[in-house]
Design a protein around this ligand. Structure first.
Ligand code: PMP
Length: 423
């Protein structure tokens, strides 16, 4: 029954009942962790073959001795695979060491210290730099902005992309130099940026001549259903609209092979890639090509990537279904929360009634269920409605996951009943 239709006595009764469940939860002395979207050991095991690659043959098809220095762009064979996934010509894709976050970091730092190819001066020499941040979003994007003094401007993220009215308004300000986007299966919302919104983002006029879309396609091939959602071709759309240098495109095998020892990719216009490599050449003589060769031999081609992702899906999809099933059975009909049922990616995003998220996360923590802090998916950790909770179902085993989500639902009901009685 929706809380709004319950009498005070009925809510009191529900609070007593759920509080009893909560005490049981505390007594169980759980130690469950739903904080980060980490692959489970079972998923990591899928790629153990990497550990015995590249074997004795350490030269790639071009004859490059991967053990040696050099090769700043990364191995061509591997770039070819991801060029197709990222929809970028292979010459305009590079692969790096172990983290796409590091490539995003470097993009920001090079822009701040040197300026982009379209910048009148380095960003750091401007009075203020601002980025548009669709919310809820990826906390580490926001942490990067905070670290480097880039002011963040939240805009609502809908199922098909950011609120374009708000975006169009913000880009009239020349201090707004960029925006974050996770196009296919947003973190944590699971939203997918539609072709129409991508086209608008590509075409819109911006006051800053060096406006950048940080197109972080971390979950490009991470489907949870049979449906293989195709990401909008942001590079093509931007080029067609006369803004070829606008998008900086990222992808990664962190959640394809090994999260700590995968390969990140970056793509963009020829000018942007040349710009990045010029600065990168000062930072390193070349990437870890041995790991790149390992990945190339293991994945082989785009079909190899999809075949591996099917195996991940077989492990992940039942976990996501279980989360949604438990939330539906415990919270459905009470009108105290809504949640996503994503078609891909790594998260379920739970929105409680306004003002409840911090209390729910605290209750869960006190019962041994660690959740990402409330507000983490917002710039400066500030969820103005205090309602969003990110659920990361991938890491725990099924039994633990069930306990954790059931426990979380109890916390939501306790917090909602407390709130209703306090009003
Ligand atoms: N972008 C997004 C949207 C992510 O969710 C993650 C990982 N959780 C990353 C980037 C990090 O990728 P990498 O390991 O390649 O740095």
């Amino acid at each position: 029954m929706p809380f709004s239709t319950l009498s005070r006595d009925q809510i009191q009764e529900l609070l007593v009942e759920q509080s009893a469940k909560y005490v049981e939860l505390q007594e169980a002395q759980l130690k469950l962790d739903l904080t980060r979207g980490k692959p489970s050991p079972e998923q990591l095991d899928l790629s153990n073959e990497l550990l015995s690659l590249p074997g004795g043959d350490f030269k790639d098809a071009a004859g490059t001795d991967t053990r040696n220095y050099g090769g700043l762009t990364g191995l061509t064979g591997l770039r070819e695979i991801f060029a197709e996934i990222m929809q970028v010509p292979v010459d305009q894709v590079i692969c790096g060491d172990n983290a796409s976050l590091a490539l995003m970091h470097d993009t920001l730092v090079f822009s701040l210290l040197q300026g982009t190819v379209d910048s009148p001066k380095p960003w750091a020499k401007e009075d203020a730099i601002k980025f548009i941040c669709p919310v809820p979003g990826y906390d580490r994007h926001f942490a990067l902005c905070e670290e480097y003094g880039i002011e963040m401007l939240p805009v609502a993220l809908n199922d098909d992309g950011p609120d374009m009215e708000a975006v169009r308004e913000f880009v009239n300000d020349p201090a707004v130099k960029g925006m974050w986007l996770v196009p296919t299966y947003g973190n944590p919302s699971g939203s997918v940026i539609s072709e129409a919104i991508a086209a608008e983002l590509a075409a819109m006029e911006t006051a800053a001549p060096d406006f950048r879309i940080m197109w972080d396609n971390a979950y490009a091939v991470h489907h949870l259903t049979e449906q293989q959602t195709k990401t909008a071709d942001i590079l093509g759309l931007c080029a067609a609209s006369g803004h070829p240098n606008r998008p900086m495109i990222y992808a990664s095998t962190s959640k394809i092979t090994f999260a700590g020892s995968g390969i990140p990719f970056m793509g963009g216009s020829a000018d942007n890639i040349a710009w990045f490599l010029k600065h990168l050449a000062k930072r390193t003589i070349g990437p870890d090509k041995v790991n790149q060769l390992r990945h190339l031999r293991y994945l082989q081609d785009v079909d190899g990537v999809h075949a591996l992702m099917d195996k991940h899906r077989a492990i992940l999809a039942p976990k996501f279904s279980k989360v949604v099933e438990i939330l539906e059975s415990r919270l459905g009909g009470h009108d105290v929360a809504t949640w996503t049922d994503p078609k891909g990616g790594y998260f379920v995003s739970l929105d409680t009634s306004d003002g409840l998220a911090s209390r729910v996360v605290k209750l869960a923590k006190d019962a041994g269920i660690a959740m990402t802090p409330a507000g983490a998916a917002f710039p400066y950790g500030d969820d103005p409605r205090d309602r969003n909770i990110r659920i990361a179902p991938s890491f725990p085993g099924m039994a633990e996951l069930e306990q954790a989500i059931d426990g979380l639902a109890t916390c939501v009901l306790v917090a909602a009943a407390e709130q209703a009685l306090a009003n």
